[in-house]
Design a binder for this molecule. Sequence first.
Ligand SMILES: [Mn+2]
Length: 479
Amino acid sequence: MSLDESIYREFLGEVERAAEEIRRLIDEDRSFVIFCHNDADGLSSGAIASIMFLKEGARFLTRSVGGIDDILEDLKDFSGDFIPVFTDIGSGYLDEIVKVVGDSPVIILDHHEPVGESSKNIIQVNPHLCGINGADEISGAGVTYLVAKALNEENVSYSPIAVVGALGDLQDRIDGRSLHGLNELIVNDSIDAGLMKVEEDLLFYGRSYKPIHIALASTTNPFIPGISGDESRAYSFLMDVGIKVKEGDRWKVLAELDEDEKKKLYNGLMKHLASLGLPPSLARGIIGKVYELVKEEPWTYLRDAREFASLLNACGKTGNDWVGIAVAMGNRAELLEKAQELLEDYRIKLARAIEYAMRDESKQELKHTVVIDGGDVIDHKLISSVASMISSTGIMGEDKVLIAMASAEGSIKVSARASKKLIKMGLDLGKILKEAARIVGGRGGGHDIAAGAEIPKIKKTLFVLEVDRITGEMLGNSK
Ligand SMILES: [Mn+2]
């Protein structure tokens, strides 16, 4: 037995134990309240947990939240009759949770690094506790799925949703755009159940059923500025590189292109990126494994697992979390239509926002920071997506912090990103934004690599200067 397998054995043992505990609580006729994060992985986790309790005939309700503060606030509404179930969230706030729930039972199914002290009333399944990296080997949806499967083998039918969750969390970024570790185990469950097909190809959404220009335009992971979100520009791009998009009257699909045509397309994309001043490394992210949900209809946005994740993300980002959870649970018809409209709308808005953000007049460079001011043009609900997308293109280089801002009602929403290089030099964006926001009378915080803040409108300039100053201090101090 290899080392990896023995690590999995320990973790899978934890999964079994949690399933037994949940079985016991269900048999005691207890009620559950599921709290899930509102991103794609969170909504996938919430859907799988909901199905798990639904199938066993247990009483439950599901709430999706933006962060732990919402949960701690919500928890006060529930008496001890309800057992909280945290999915894709919770492990990072053990002390806070223990403080609120005391010694009543809690279930945490998460993949974020545990922080604080657990207690014996907390049933926690987390890969980190067994030496497995939760950043890229398994998602919140994956952990929830394994527990649901241990409880009831029929839940294997939800394995594709766990794959969607992992891709939503970009867990395919480490290993040439493919899932590995425990995620691969889940992919195999899906394949064995006849629910999924995996092939190596260009990653544009809908490789085997969408007209090529539509496949290009609908892809947002990776986001290709000037092509993603814009079908007519995707079409003229294909014309420019000399790819035949039609065979007679019929639109061709990506899977039909021969090697030469694929090379043409790839090289064309490299040139396109270079013309925008973007690094060619971005283009490497468009080749990898395609995860196709073969039981979904090809004309839906659910057939390609990455697109499914984009759909859930759009639901969460627009405040329609419940639509996403319902679709991930298997609801279709009007709900799917609604979710698809949300995604279409979101894609167009995001494409416009990124185009605006990349213009020179939106940008301002300071000593340690690049500031993108979306003003009233970029929807403040999109500002964290814009910051992520822009920083993932690499256009900002590695040496400066990216600060993206947009106006909200009465305040300014800020989202910041740092490079891995800056983190290694001792930078902590969460601390920087917390301190700069405090100085201007706002509030902020987050992780070392990604953080956010909300500040008063009139303090914008001062805030930016403070971020730049504190960044400089932190980098100076670390030398
Ligand atoms: Mn997650």
